[in-house]
Design a protein around this ligand. Structure first.
Ligand code: C2E
Ligand code: CA
Ligand code: CA
Length: 562
């Protein structure tokens, strides 16, 4: 059925059609005149359809994608040739569902037939000249129940809405590039604990308000949970850096007696086909590279981080079964008296030989287990293995020398650590002098008060404490006056690596001399060469450990030295 009207009337009919379609979802008028082979086309959502039936559905879907909605502006243009008339309607639709203003340009193409005009095509496009993603907040919004798109607390988009809006935005601008930036408040837990949750809440709102106020054309902001914010914006030279800098300035301006540091993870969207949730995850992987790092506050996602994360995940997940399958092996590296090269004790080092016989280096898996705290399980296993071994030797009547075990800085956070160690030692009835504890110097740098008090408690219980990796941070010379330990363990390797000019040797001898004055015995580890041995002799070192004397060896091999 054709519209039996004159050319002049088409413009009014078309405007009327568009208005009714978007306000009421009714599409009479024009739709009665759809040609059999009419086409519908919506480039912004990549939709193309053909035939009366499909085009009607297409119109229905367009309405439902936005509804309920209102129209705030409508005008149209008419283009015509002898045969055809095209009416282009520009309309501003406020969509309650999407909570945004959308400018659309709808073109209805008519063809002249005997009885009047029939519709041969309908094109619905985003009106690129006027598009905006600015939020609208009509006062009667709750009646539609669409508040669920918002995080009630900050008024930013919640995760779900952020993802769907971002998906829309990326689809609407296939030729533009976008960035996703995750923002996190460093040590937010501490702010809550020290300044109270009221202050913590205020800070979240403060940042939320700022994120809402950012005036970029293509920009969306959301809060995922707690102190995790996310924004998506059009990539531009220096934009991300500018945004991060500004946000940090804003955080600094929050009135609280604490330096509020933000950390950022940036994902530059390369592959627009992956779900936005995954993009957010990638930004998070980048963020995790700098979380807890006090010097660097942002990181840009790279593909290799994803691979590394998968590898780490695999290792983390494998711990339980590896413990169960006895894949961890206790190795001992002998320690020597330098003077006459007799064995004075050993250090317990873990080895992981997995099912297929491959060994994984502790340098790889220890830091991974430290990340999620599971190192504690492994350490307890090692401590027990060592005590068990010492008990066996004692029962065999062997003369046992002290064995030191590694205590990760993560273990120090367990308030029951002293009890745990006591109960293992007691279970096997081991004299405490035979079971020494190595605690790495870096633990001290991270949290000096905590480590001083833990070390005091352990020493009060009779445990012998070795400070491991001493010298890795030069601030450590200072700490000797604050902390009471039993033996200083100096790493030869990094003293040399960090200094090729010979200054390392001077530092080494200065440390040894200083320790002497403090009546603090020292052991130098990582001794590899004859030259190093000579140097150590010349500066009056007594104890050593390193490949020059022995690699870490099996318990059986070690027993032969006894
Ligand atoms: P660490 O505690 O400083 O242990 C000394 C590391 O240096 C060992 O590496 C040892 O094999 C290696 N080493 C010994 N002599 C030499 C030498 O002359 N030259 C060089 N270049 N290296 C030498 P390993 O066994 O690979 O362990 C690496 C790190 O993993 C350890 O450093 C320690 O931090 C950690 N680790 C090892 N076993 C355990 C454990 O049971 N628990 C915990 N928490 N950490 C462990
Ligand atoms: Ca050690
Ligand atoms: Ca060490």
């Amino acid at each position: 059925m054709a519209l039996s009207v004159g050319k002049e009337e088409l413009q009014g009919i078309t405007e009327n059609f568009v208005e009714k379609l978007f306000t009421k979802g009714i599409f009479d008028g024009v739709s009665v005149a759809l040609a059999e082979d009419v086409i519908g086309f919506s480039p912004s959502i990549h939709r193309f359809c053909y035939g009366r039936w499909d085009v009607k559905h297409f119109l229905q879907d367009e309405y439902e994608r936005l509804a309920p909605c209102g129209i705030s502006q409508i005008n149209s243009l008419c283009f015509n040739t002898v045969e055809n008339v095209s009416i282009e309607v520009h309309v501003t639709v406020s969509s309650m569902k999407l909570r945004k203003l959308i400018m659309l340009s709808i073109t209805v193409m008519y063809k002249k037939v005997l009885e009047g005009y029939i519709v041969v095509g309908i094109n619905i496009a985003l009106d690129s000249d006027h598009r905006t993603y600015k939020e609208i907040t009509p006062p009667d919004m709750d009646q539609y129940g669409y508040f669920s798109a918002y995080d009630n607390f900050t008024g930013l988009l919640n995760r779900e809405a952020f993802c769907s809006r971002t998906t829309d935005m990326l689809a609407d601008y296939p030729h533009k590039n976008f960035d996703i930036l995750r923002i996190n408040i460093e040590r937010f837990k501490v702010i809550n604990e020290v300044f109270g949750e009221v202050q913590g809440d205020k800070l979240l709102k403060y940042l939320g308000n700022f994120l809402k106020s950012i005036d970029l054309k293509l920009y969306l902001a959301g809060r995922l949970y707690a102190d995790n914010f996310v924004v998506c914006f059009e990539s531009a030279d220096g934009e991300a850096e500018r945004l991060m800098r500004t946000l940090q300035v804003v955080a600094n301006s929050f009135e609280i007696n604490h330096h509020t540091m933000l950390t950022f993870g940036l994902y530059k969207i390369e592959d627009k086909t992956i779900p936005v949730n995954k993009m957010i995850e990638r930004a998070n992987i980048a963020l995790n590279q700098v979380k807890g790092n006090h010097r660097i506050s942002h990181c840009v996602y790279e593909e290799k981080m994803w691979d590394r994360m998968l590898m780490e995940q695999k290792i983390m997940n494998a711990l339980d079964s590896a413990l169960e399958n006895k894949e961890f092996l206790l190795m001992l590296q002998p320690k020597y008296e330098l003077e006459n090269e007799t064995v004075i004790g050993s250090e317990a080092l873990v080895r992981w030989i997995n099912k297929d016989g491959r060994s994984i280096s502790p340098g790889v898996f220890v830091p991974i287990f430290e990340k999620n705290g599971s190192i504690y399980e492994l350490d307890k296993f090692m401590w027990e293995s060592v005590c068990q071994q010492i008990r066996t030797w004692l029962n065999e009547g062997k003369e046992v020398k002290p064995v030191s075990v590694n205590v990760s800085r993560i273990d120090l956070y367990d308030p029951d650590l002293v009890d745990v160690l006591n109960s293992i030692v007691n279970k096997y009835d081991i004299p405490k002098r035979l079971f020494e504890l190595e605690i790495t110097e870096s633990a001290y740098i991270g949290d000096p008060h905590m480590i001083i008090s833990v070390i005091d408690n352990l020493r009060r219980e009779g445990f012998c404490i070795l400070m491991d990796d001493f010298g890795s941070g030069y601030s450590s010379l200072n700490m000797l006056k604050d902390i009471y330990i039993d033996i200083l363990k100096i790493d030869m390797g990094f003293l040399q690596r960090t200094d090729r000019t010979g200054r390392g040797n001077n530092i080494l001898s200065a440390v040894v001399r200083m320790a002497e004055q403090l009546n603090l015995p020292t052991i130098v580890e990582g001794v590899e060469t004859k030259e190093q041995v000579d140097l150590l002799k010349s500066i009056g070192c007594n104890w050593v450990q390193g490949f020059y004397f022995s690699q870490p060896i099996t318990v059986e091999a070690f027993a032969e030295t006894m």
